[in-house]
Design a protein around this ligand. Structure first.
Ligand code: IPM
Ligand code: MG
Length: 362
């Protein structure tokens, strides 16, 4: 089969790790007889410098015309001036909003051979296997009013946490559909005791949950959940939550895996069943301090490519092949510096990508 993939490597380590993810996709195409047409575009700081905008209309159109978007990371100190309104991150926000990528899936798995890299005790993280489903196109990131102004007493600013029943229902449905294919548990996380938008969230989540008689949906407050996530992570299967809570919990959940360099993500504009346009990116960000050194862990980007195959191209066997290859490389004891353990073999970004390709083709 033949597919169009837009590749937006972005800034910092984005280009280095995206290169390795693309290599894995090329290997999959060869092994399974598909044809992927990759088209590159600039995003973030790289686009600001070269094109004066974090994401041009042309790049947006390229993404709209593709089957999937492989994304690296955006941002860096060079573009961090708080006085400047144009920021690299706006590339992501524009893509999320315009393409309505409302469903952000962030799977977190504790690889057994890496349990010593987690700051948590091995007996706590062992067996953790969670998907956090974060609402990505609404909530505090996008609600209006969103502005800053001068008053007689000084400067003020406001952001708005705003959710409609439709927005809540569709993200909870994504979580229930995923749970149906897993261990059938959904925990919806909100701040029901303090926020009106959370009270609507809990009500709508309950209503949607009733449509899924095979799924057990329960609720948890965000503060309680933030503690449970690191004290009792194996209690969770699918977790669904709003935009800003999801942002925080997904970084927190990286401690279960032992490194940010292992966590992939998918941002979809529909249910995770069949073929859905999606954007696939590692959650680690541009990591400017290690950019250009060839030491970044490409596994989060490579695992994002697996999610691309699964959710946008509906190629489950191929997705699984990448995940198995990553597992095999880790089992063979090869590690980038962020996951280096005693007795393992240190490799760089490119070498790690080569090892995954080798396993894919063997
Ligand atoms: C993420 C990132 C982004 C977010 C940043 C880069 C704006 O932290 O995807 O989690 O907050 O959504
Ligand atoms: Mg984040």
């Amino acid at each position: 089969m033949s597919f169009k993939i837009a590749v937006l490597p972005g800034d910092g380590i984005g280009p280095e790790v995206t290169e390795e993810a693309q290599k894995a996709l090329v290997a999959v195409a060869g092994r399974f007889g598909h044809s992927f047409e990759f088209t590159r575009g600039l995003a973030g700081g790289a686009a600001l410098d070269a094109q004066g905008s974090p994401l041009t209309d042309e790049t947006l159109a390229l993404c709209q015309q593709s089957d999937a978007i492989l994304f690296g990371a955006v941002g860096g100190p060079k573009w961090d001036n708080p006085q400047v309104d144009l920021r690299p991150e706006q590339a992501l926000f524009r893509l999320r909003k315009t393409l309505d990528l409302f469903a952000n899936l962030r799977p977190v798995r504790a690889f057994p051979m890496l349990s010593e890299k987690s700051p948590l005790r091995p007996e706590i993280v062992r067996g953790s296997d969670i998907i956090i489903v974060r609402e990505l196109a609404g909530g505090l990131y996008f609600g209006q009013p969103k502005k800053r102004w001068e008053t007689e007493e000084g400067r003020r600013a406001v952001d708005t946490m705003d959710y409609s029943d439709r927005e809540i229902a569709r993200i909870v449905r994504v979580a229930c559909e995923l749970a149906r294919r897993r261990r059938k548990g959904v925990v919806s996380v909100d701040k029901f005791n303090a926020l009106i938008s959370s009270r609507l969230w809990r009500q709508v989540a309950t209503e949607v949950g009733q449509e899924y008689t095979d799924v057990e949906l329960s609720h948890m407050l965000a503060d309680t959940f933030s503690m449970q996530l690191v004290t009792n992570p194996t209690a969770f299967d699918v977790v669904v939550t709003g935009n800003v809570f999801g942002d925080i919990f997904t970084d927190e959940s990286a401690v279960l895996a032992g490194s940010m360099g292992l966590l992939p993500s998918a941002s979809l504009c529909g249910l995770p069943t069949g073929r859905t346009l999606g954007l696939y990116e590692p959650i680690h960000g541009s990591a400017p301090t290690i950019a250009g050194q060839g030491i970044a862990n490409p596994l989060a980007a490579i695992l994002s490519a697996a999610l691309l195959l699964r959710y946008s191209l509906d190629l489950e066997t191929e997705a699984q092949a990448i995940e198995d290859a990553v597992q095999a490389v880790l089992e063979s004891g090869h590690r980038t510096v962020d996951i280096l353990t005693e007795g393992s073999t240190k490799v760089g970004t490119k070498e790690m990508g080569d090892l995954v390709v080798e396993k894919l083709l063997s």
